[in-house]
Every structure is written in C-alpha cells, then in structure tokens.
Design a protein around this ligand. Structure first.
Ligand SMILES: C[S@@+](CC[C@H](N)C(=O)[O-])C[C@H]1O[C@@H](n2cnc3c(N)ncnc32)[C@H](O)[C@@H]1O
Length: 227
C-alpha cells in the first residue's frame, strides 16, 4: 500500500475511533453492537469472551515483565496485563481512546503503567530489545498484510531476545468476521482478512517464529518469538 494511501487509512481509523471512544467500553461491557447499540448475539458474546481468555492465556504475562500493548485503545488487554503486575506501556492512534484509558489509570490509581503514547504501531519509537512482551489485539483487521509485516518487524525490533508477541488476525470467511465486515463497510471502513498460509508467510518474512496458533471468536491468535 502506497504511503499516501496508508496515511489516509490511518487518519480515517483515528477519526472513527475518536468518534466511537465514549461508547466503546459501554458496548463491550453490556454486549451491545457499537454500530447500532443492539444486543449482540450469543455467538458474538461467546466469541469475544473466548478472544479475551485465550489472548491472555497465550501472552502468559508475568509479574515485573515490561510489556507494550500496541493499539491499546481503552485498555481491554492493557488492564489485564496491569492486573498481572507487568509494567505496561500503550500506544494507539486515537487520542480519545487513550484519554479514556488514562482516566481509568488515574481513577484506579494504577502504579505499574508505563508510558501511554499517541502514535502508529509500525513505528513506536521505543529502543530495540526493550520489551518482554508485545501484544496487539483487534488492529490487523483494518490493514493489508504489507502493513502487518511492518508492525511485526517493529514488534520484533523492540522485543528482548527471549520475548514474545501475541497478535491477532481475523479468520477469513468466519461468520462473525463476515458480520463485522458488513458493519464496518457500511461506515466506509475497509477490513482485511487473509488465508492462514498468507498470514504465516508474512510472519515468517518478519523473522518472527510461530510458536502457537489459537482460533478464538473471529480471530486467529498467534504466539510468536524471536527464536
Ligand atoms: C478494535 S480497537 C482494539 C482496541 C483494543 N486493543 C481492544 O482490543 O479493545 C482498534 C484500535 O486500533 C487503533 N489503531 C488503528 N490503527 C492504528 C495504528 N496504525 N496505530 C495505532 N493504533 C491504531 C484504534 O485507534 C483502536 O483503538
């Protein structure tokens, strides 16, 4: 994807998530569709619960580890890592999503949060080999694999030699994904899904090694390591 097209896409997503930010947590907690506030089907609820549970299980966060949650939003993964006593940094393109996360950090007097940065995940600005764990949930749905490769390379760069990455990609052709796609496309947001082999190839090209793949909800969740 040409740089100018990618910049337009990022700006569109920033605008969309700035707009959704005040509804995001309420909809997540009450199992409502963010698009029209209608109750989600039991398949959706089960799917989202499975995504949450399996993602954290794969990440296996340990007390004292330094983690980066890419596309952290309002903290769905970030806050779980905090609970496990990691020192957690977050980066997201939406200022409004981040301001909700910052409010939670202040209200809950969370002392083990690191920096919360506004930025794009393919270029985080962190030093090389800084993190034990890099997570990225719910962002790859919005980008072509060429961008995913950049994100994976960045994750590898900032990861310590024994560190791990947990990242999800949507399941091509899954019922939940097709429903999600329809909703996003109604709002003019393009979403992307690829066959498993193509995702695996992109991961291999980044130099990261696949250690485990789990299917949960509408996503493939990958546990990756440097070696
Ligand atoms: C579906 S939400 C997921 C948020 C959070 N990880 C979660 O699971 O609730 C997608 C998030 O990706 C963020 N995002 C999209 N493109 C991004 C980019 N290029 N860099 C950083 N964040 C991005 C959006 O702002 C939004 O917060």
């Amino acid at each position: 994807m040409a740089r100018a097209t990618l910049d337009v896409r990022k700006q569109k997503l920033k605008k969309e998530y700035d707009k959704q930010a005040s509804l995001y947590d309420v909809c997540l907690e009450k199992h409502l569709s963010i698009k029209n506030r209608a109750p989600l089907s039991s398949e959706w609820v089960r799917g989202m619960e499975a995504e949450d549970k399996n993602f954290i299980r794969l990440a296996n966060p340990k007390s004292g580890e330094v983690a980066l949650d890419m596309a952290c939003g309002t903290g769905r993964v970030f806050l779980k890592l905090v609970e496990k006593r990691c020192i957690v940094h977050g980066i997201d393109i939406s200022e409004k999503m981040l301001s909700i996360l910052k409010r939670k950090i202040a209200e809950r007097r969370i002392s083990n949060s690191g920096e919360i940065a506004i930025g794009s995940i393919e270029k985080t600005g962190y030093n090389a080999r800084y993190f034990d764990l890099v997570t990225c949930m719910g962002a790859m749905d919005y980008y072509p694999l060429s961008f995913a490769r950049k994100v994976l390379s960045e994750a590898k760069r900032v990861l310590k030699p024994e560190g791990r990455v947990v990242i999800d990609f949507p399941l091509l052709g899954g019922e939940l994904f097709e429903e999600f796609k329809k909703g996003e496309e109604k709002d003019g947001i393009r979403v992307y899904a690829y066959p498993q082999e193509k995702i695996e190839k992109a991961i291999q090209k980044s130099g990261l090694k696949i250690k485990k793949i789990v299917r949960a909800g509408m996503e493939f969740q990958f546990l990756l390591k440097k070696r």
